[in-house]
Design a protein around this ligand. Structure first.
Ligand SMILES: [Cu+2]
Length: 103
């Protein structure tokens, strides 16, 4: 009986600890905004997307990674090119990441 209790406690703790692990893209929920710095890897004007290798974005619970983002104002993409260092603002509405400012 005591043994069963220990197993249950371990399982409960494991389930709890698992939820504390950082996830690559946060847990969603309400809308959030973060600013970050990174280096452009790829620009896709047709898709309105830019791929950025960026540092961690704690406000979005996102680790450092290379990732493509949709850019709100596509005309901004004209001024961007690979290897360029950028500062950007990205918002998350619970479903999609969107760059609202990049320079
Ligand atoms: Cu990401």
């Amino acid at each position: 009986m005591k043994r069963l209790l220990i197993v249950v406690l371990i399982a409960a703790f494991a389930a709890f600890a698992w939820r504390l692990l950082p996830s690559p893209h946060g847990t969603g929920g309400s809308s959030q905004v973060a600013t970050g710095r990174g280096v452009i890897q790829h620009v896709d004007p047709a898709a309105g997307e830019v791929t950025i290798k960026h540092g961690p974005l704690p406000a979005l619970n996102m680790m450092a990674m290379t990732m493509s983002y949709r850019v709100k104002d596509r005309s901004r993409l004209v001024n961007l090119q690979p290897k360029q260092e950028v500062e950007f603002t990205v918002s998350y509405d619970g479903g999609e990441y969107l760059i609202t400012d990049i320079k």
